[in-house]
Design a protein around this ligand. Structure first.
Ligand SMILES: Nc1ncnc2c1ncn2[C@@H]1O[C@H](COP(=O)(O)OP(=O)(O)OP(=O)(O)O)[C@@H](O)[C@H]1O
Ligand SMILES: [Mg+2]
Length: 281
């Protein structure tokens, strides 16, 4: 997809370079956050500035898979051609309102990881959920957790002001949505997610692993898998402690084995299966 830049984006690049640090993009659904993020990554790389991209949108994820938070560090221009995450965290919902605290904690974790890697600029993309108390809680929560130096606020009218008016001491760059920003229907969004999952699970196989030594998590807490019925087809995070190594589809369970369909070839080192609310089949 060709990105058509707006004239004011050039100025934004200069401001980002001047202030550096973490910048979070806010805006309603289809306001062009992910497209602008990609443009900024390209522009920064063309000026030899290392940039980390944190995709905290669990619905219309652009870098990682839906239901996850992901990140990648872009070191050189060619890295943009491989727009795939290097770290992921399985959240387990496509609806950000259902997992607010997990999303905030996960976004912070990805930003902190990027900081440790010493990148110059960290760009954080977000969901289009900005309205009401839930939208406000999610955005303010993220901002408090990651403490960005800059906010890139894309708004048609004043739809972000109920959030921005609560912010003190952070540079806010207000922009209008790109003239090229297009509305995507609910059906198009569902199709997009299906396509992403299909591509990811293509060629996957079912692996059976011993449940001994495995922990089962839901909503950030362990649970006893013997006590609950888990629907086959549930999307799971295959984790090494808190880090998601890959996604899988839960196929079933016996007393001592768990069957999971995954593109991963081996599940050695895996010690945690994270369940969510997404059913794939
Ligand atoms: N500058 C641009 N040039 C070309 N296409 C654009 C541009 N800006 C936005 N679009 C198109 O508009 C649509 C919405 O943009 P985008 O996905 O970036 O929005 P978003 O704010 O990230 O949406 P969401 O909240 O759903 O994640 C996409 O189809 C995108 O390709
Ligand atoms: Mg987006």
């Amino acid at each position: 997809m060709e990105i058509i830049p707006e004239p004011e984006w050039e100025e934004l690049v200069k401001k980002l370079i001047k202030h550096r640090g973490t910048a979070i993009l806010l805006g309603a659904t289809d306001s062009g956050k992910s497209t602008l993020s990609k443009y900024l990554i390209k522009e920064l790389l063309s000026r030899d500035i290392r940039v980390s991209f944190v995709d905290s949108d669990v619905g219309q994820s652009s870098l990682g898979l839906p239901g996850t938070i992901s990140m990648k560090i872009f070191n050189r221009r060619e890295d943009i051609d491989d727009f795939k995450p290097e770290r992921i965290l399985f959240i387990g919902s496509l609806n950000p309102a259902k997992k607010i605290s997990m999303i905030i904690a996960g976004t912070k974790k990805m930003v902190d990881t990027s900081k440790v890697e010493g990148v110059n600029i960290i760009l954080v993309d977000t969901t289009g959920l900005i309205t009401g108390e839930v939208g406000k809680a999610l955005k303010i929560g993220k901002i408090r957790a990651i403490k960005p130096k800059q906010i890139i606020a894309i708004q048609r009218y004043d739809e972000l002001e109920h959030i921005l008016s609560l912010i003190k001491g952070i540079q806010i760059h207000r922009l209008k949505p790109s003239r090229m920003a297009r509305h995507r229907s609910r059906e198009a969004r569902i199709k997009y997610r299906e396509k992403r999952f299909m591509e990811y699970f293509r060629g996957s196989q079912i692996i059976k692993l011993s449940s001994k030594g495995l922990e089962f998590f839901y909503n950030g807490r362990p649970f006893d898998a013997e006590d609950v019925y888990i629907e086959p087809g549930s999307l799971v995070g295959i984790n090494r402690n808190e880090d998601t190594i890959a996604l899988g589809i839960f196929e079933g369970m016996t007393l001592d084995k768990v069957a999971i369909k995954t593109p991963l070839k081996s599940l050695t080192w895996i010690n945690r299966i994270v369940f969510g609310d997404i059913i794939r089949c």
